[in-house]
Design a protein around this ligand. Sequence first.
Ligand SMILES: Cc1cc2nc3c(=O)[nH]c(=O)nc-3n(C[C@H](O)[C@H](O)[C@H](O)COP(=O)(O)OP(=O)(O)OC[C@H]3O[C@@H](n4cnc5c(N)ncnc54)[C@H](O)[C@@H]3O)c2cc1C
Length: 377
Amino acid sequence: MDVLIAGASMAGLSAAYWFARCGHRVTVVERAEGLRPGGAPIDVRGRALGTAERMGILATIEAEKVSIVEPTPVLDGTGTPVASLDLRWFANETDRDVEITRDRLNRILHSVVPDAVEFRFNTTLTSIADGPDGVDVGFVDGRQARFDLVVGADGLHSTVRRLAFGPEENFVRHFGYYVALVDLPAGRDWQRAMLNVPGLTIVVRDAGDGPQAMLLAASDEVDYDHRDLQAQRKLLADLLSRVDAWQLPALREAFADPAAKGFYFDAVSQTHMPSWIQGHVAVIGDAGHCAALLSGMGTTLAMVSAETLATTWTECGGHMAAASPIYHERLRPYVDQCQAFAHEGAPIMVPATQEALDARNATFREYAARFAARTPG
Ligand SMILES: Cc1cc2nc3c(=O)[nH]c(=O)nc-3n(C[C@H](O)[C@H](O)[C@H](O)COP(=O)(O)OP(=O)(O)OC[C@H]3O[C@@H](n4cnc5c(N)ncnc54)[C@H](O)[C@@H]3O)c2cc1C
């Protein structure tokens, strides 16, 4: 059967692999000119480890994972060290959970997609008309084609979801934060640390592919065109103006540089949908059930939903009416569980008040003492 996938990132590449492996003809359209680079390290956890194993990529992911070797100094708003953070303190879902850079995982997923899958970059779809014999899709270049299934793996601001299910505001809930990332220019000795003031976290780290800065800022939802880079940079400048210590002047410059690599800015949001399937159209990954960056479960859900959809739909002979209840039963409890993690991540990563920040730092100091006592040497 003919399957169209929109989006060539974690969800879309995984779906391309699984639908092709299940014997279908697969076309992938991606708005960007290639696989989109950038992003902080992401986690492959829990059920996604099984998915990775069945894809034959678990060993490669493990070989290319980020190894956390030393704790990150935690700074107050003046740049003074007040605690340290060691990610090893936080229990993973399983002992085998892996952290890997987004670019490496993208490359690994892409490498196992069969050659028969057709990729069309720099393109997207503009219309979806679902009927009893398939879905008629219109593309930006004016082409039309019919597919048996359309899969929206096109992220938080999904076009497939808007065309087939309704406007973004019906499904996407602002989680109260914005995130920004940028690769930092070499040739400067960046200090790796995490600076916190209430409602704002700025991290400089090197996950193995060069130094990178990340901002996480509490903010009410702001109405802006999420694809307008200038609007993004203006919002970001406002958020960065909340603190002026440490290497902030240089970080502001890096975030403002239009030539900077790995620039990414978006709202931290969740997608909640009563159904991820409408006729012969399905949404997976962030498009269907974004768990919010603070959950650490977005990539896991993207990979798991791709496998579950492809195998369930194929088991049901491509009859979506039969596949849909089974798919929801297999996925819904896991999505609920993963989305709930975001509520635990927020007070650790971005405490809202000075009291909460002080309490969190005291906990970090306590953990550090306990961890040091347990660690030989
Ligand atoms: C550049 C970038 C950096 C990121 N950095 C982080 C990070 O640091 N930490 C983190 O937790 N998460 C990050 N994310 C989000 C993370 O990748 C997802 O939460 C998670 O992996 C789920 O993946 P996904 O494939 O569902 O969505 P995404 O990874 O968001 O991928 C969606 C893909 O669809 C494409 N697309 C969008 N609209 C269309 C369209 N209309 N037609 C065709 N293609 C379209 C996009 O270009 C993108 O390639 C980042 C995403 C991107 C795109």
